[in-house]
Write a protein that binds this ligand. Structure first.
Ligand SMILES: NC(=O)c1ccc[n+]([C@@H]2O[C@H](COP(=O)([O-])OP(=O)(O)OC[C@H]3O[C@@H](n4cnc5c(N)ncnc54)[C@H](O)[C@@H]3O)[C@@H](O)[C@H]2O)c1
Length: 381
């Protein structure tokens, strides 16, 4: 039976524009989906570069203003892959126009912005999703299954880090293309919204609500040249952010993100310790889950490294043969597949805008706690 076409309008052709385009192309080839994504239009402000991107990825047309993209009747889904300061305005307008909305993380620059986005989505009743793609790493889906099966018993500890090193040089300017992450007026915050948000979203999914946090942030380089003004300006982002906290299930939290950990490029790690089992995972080895089960026979007890490539591992039967691993880009493919299957069944697929807002509440609490040096509720309004 011919699949129903679903016309995609992508905003932004940077890093995420490429991962999303690849996912829309690959998902229907590897998964049985109720819709056929059609790359209808890409929107970016530079028409020449938008045309080059469109030709490379197979988009049928370009727009240079996202408002024109949303106004088009032949677009069903607006996919927001532009910097954080554009998310709210585009998502709210797209929802009002009745479009399905997929939005990059963080949902809003602040929880207040995220709340406005969730309200608009709910008022319009349109399908929605936030691209917290790491929820679709097969090893982490397996970990979620093991947790839901109760194999860990009572959870005591959850710890997670995201370490990078690309902003150490004081010569690196802030603002503008590629460097908008160093300008809090565009990004909302520094590593808190950019990196720690991934650790937090993952923790909320795996281990439940974070109730309160005590945080510390640091800006190591206080002034940088701004690309857009050409002037040396104060740096407004947090370069490093860490917190301790409590989960609703009684376990304790230990989190850290930084772009000043020399030698680390994208070291996203997490470890969870329960009464009867522990697990740890590392993005640099994303196809492995380290698992320790205290119920194993004493003589044989030890950490196992499970190679997540077999047909009975999450998503893997849709890929190659057992033993052959998949990687980063596949998390986005899985996200498109899960989303379209859910939309076809009239269901929501997490992470929804509500999940995105829950994460925004925690990042807001982290920043508030760091500013005030006080324990802060992370549950939001
Ligand atoms: N899920 C993830 O792991 C992940 C990873 C990286 C980035 N992100 C998120 O994705 C978003 C984009 O990040 P990126 O790394 O792709 O950035 P990028 O700088 O590589 O690309 C941003 C793109 O948006 C375009 N753009 C900017 N303003 C625009 C406007 N008004 N209208 C249309 N296009 C506009 C730029 O021209 C550029 O093509 C951010 O929200 C970021 O936080 C998520």
């Amino acid at each position: 039976m011919a699949k129903k076409p679903l016309n995609i309008g992508l905003v932004g052709y940077g890093f995420m524009g490429r991962t999303h385009s690849n996912a829309f192309l690959q998902a229907p080839r590897f998964f049985d989906l109720p819709y056929q994504p059609v790359l209808k239009a890409v929107c970016a402000r530079n028409p020449e570069r938008a045309r080059t991107f469109a030709a490379n990825w197979g988009y049928e047309s370009i727009e240079t203003d996202w408002r024109a993209l949303i106004a088009r009747e032949d677009i069903d889904l607006i996919d927001i892959a532009s910097p954080n300061d554009t998310h709210a305005e585009i998502a709210i307008a797209a929802a009002k126009a009745g479009k399905t909305v997929m939005c990059e993380k963080p949902l809003g620059r602040t929880a207040a912005e995220g709340k406005g986005m969730l309200d608009a989505i709910e008022a319009a009743g349109v399908p929605n999703m936030v691209w917290y793609n790491y929820r679709r790493v097969p090893a982490l889906v397996l970990l979620k299954q093991l947790l839901d099966e109760g194999r860990f018993g009572r959870i005591f500890h959850y710890r997670s880090q995201f370490l990078q090193d690309w902003t150490i040089s004081s010569d690196l300017p802030q603002g503008g293309e590629g460097l908008w992450r160093l300008d809090a007026s565009v990004a909302g915050s520094g590593v808190t919204g950019d990196l720690l948000a991934h650790n937090i979203d993952m923790a909320l999914w795996l281990n439940g609500k974070i109730t309160e946090v005590s945080a510390m942030t640091e800006t190591f380089i206080k002034e940088r040249k701004h690309t857009l003004t050409g002037k040396v300006e104060a740096v407004s982002i947090d370069d490093a952010s860490s917190f301790i906290g409590r989960f609703e299930n009684g376990s304790t939290a230990l989190f850290e993100a930084t772009r000043y950990a020399r030698g680390h490029k994208a070291l996203f790690t997490l470890e969870i310790n329960g009464e009867t089992a522990s697990a740890r995972w590392d993005l640099h080895d994303l196809h492995r889950l380290e698992f320790f089960d205290y119920r194993d026979e004493g003589r044989l007890r030890g950490w196992k490294s499970i190679h997540i490539t077999d047909g009975d591992h999450p998503y893997m039967k849709n890929w190659w043969v057992p033993g052959l691993q998949i990687g980063y880009e596949h998390t986005f493919v899985h996200q498109v597949a899960d989303f379209l299957i859910a939309v076809g069944e009239g269901k929501a697929a997490a992470p929804t805008f509500a999940d995105g807002l829950a994460c925004d509440y925690v990042t807001d609490a982290v920043l508030h706690s760091a500013r005030t040096r006080q324990w802060t509720s992370a549950l939001g309004a």
